[in-house]
Design a binder for this molecule. Structure first.
Ligand code: 2AM
Ligand code: CA
Ligand code: CA
Ligand code: CA
Length: 258
């Protein structure tokens, strides 16, 4: 199946998932703690991943799947076609706010991003990218953001980085910017970078499914995504990441290296 047909099919699946989430809105979420009281999983995280994995296996039996909730495969390399699924990015927001979460999918072939999706469900905004075609919101092309320096823009980060002492340079970077913004969803924070609302997103310990669609978005918009040490992002492990305009990225890497 060519990329355009895959894109149409995935968009159709995502609309079905959105309708499922809306239909299930007032039902019991079966909230469980994973590793801590702010690391949750609900019946919906599991069910959405299970549904997507089933559709992918039926349609693309050769492909490999990396998913957060364990319905995918134990993927050891990025050869062939690999799907990344985060069924609900921002589960804590989903539970506490009933908004500000996203369903995320990415498709990579031989380690190269082909398709990426970040679906802000409650605001019905589907951000998508097909390699070479930029980034779209509900089909409408996003403009390439201005290439701002760190000091001329806002920065998004996570409460883990801003409230703990592990990377004190990140707080200095925040202080150097015009201001820090936090949403609690790696996907929606990446969208803020893609729209030019913030000029960087800095986060620690992100998993491949948190990063995969956004990394393609950065490439498509002429922006940069790397690890804190400026090494390429590794989609087989956890990464500390900087997604940013080219200029802000340079400023941030300099400060992280100090
Ligand atoms: P999740 O909701 O899919 O688990 C919250 O700041 C963001 O970080 C969300 O995108 C969340 O994804 C992700 N996240 C959850 N647990 C994390 C952890 N231990 N380290 C880093 N990011 C995490
Ligand atoms: Ca989670
Ligand atoms: Ca996530
Ligand atoms: Ca998740």
């Amino acid at each position: 199946m060519n990329l355009k047909d895959r894109d149409s099919l995935i968009q159709k699946w995502l609309v079905e998932i959105k309708e499922y989430i809306i239909e299930q809105k007032n039902t019991d979420l079966n909230i469980e703690e994973k590793t801590a009281d702010n690391d949750l999983v609900t019946r919906m995280d599991k069910s959405i991943e299970e549904q997507l994995v089933k559709k992918i296996r039926e349609t693309f039996p050769e492909d490999k799947i990396v998913g957060e909730e364990g319905y995918g495969d134990d993927v050891k390399d990025l050869t062939g076609t690999v799907w990344f699924i985060d069924p609900i990015d921002g589960t804590l927001n989903f539970v506490m706010q009933q908004e500000n979460f996203a369903v995320m999918i990415a498709v990579y072939t031989e380690g190269v991003g082909q398709l990426g999706y970040i679906y802000d469900i409650t605001h019905d905004k589907l951000y998508s990218s097909t390699k070479g075609d930029g980034v779209r919101c509900n089909g409408q092309q996003l403009e390439i953001p201005l290439d701002l320096n760190l000091s001329k823009g806002l920065v998004a980060s996570s409460s883990a980085l801003m409230c703990k002492d592990q990377y004190p340079a990140v707080r200095k970077i925040g202080a150097e910017s015009l201001g820090v913004r936090m949403l609690g969803s790696a996907g929606l924070e990446t969208i803020e970078v893609a729209k030019g609302n913030v000029s960087a997103y800095i986060a620690s310990n992100l998993k491949p499914w948190d990063i995969a669609p956004g990394l393609l978005f950065m490439e498509e918009l002429g922006m940069t995504g790397t690890q804190f040490d400026n090494q390429p992002i590794d989609l087989l492990q956890n990464n500390n990441i900087v997604f940013a305009t080219k200029n802000a990225h340079k400023d941030i890497i300099d400060m992280l290296e100090k």
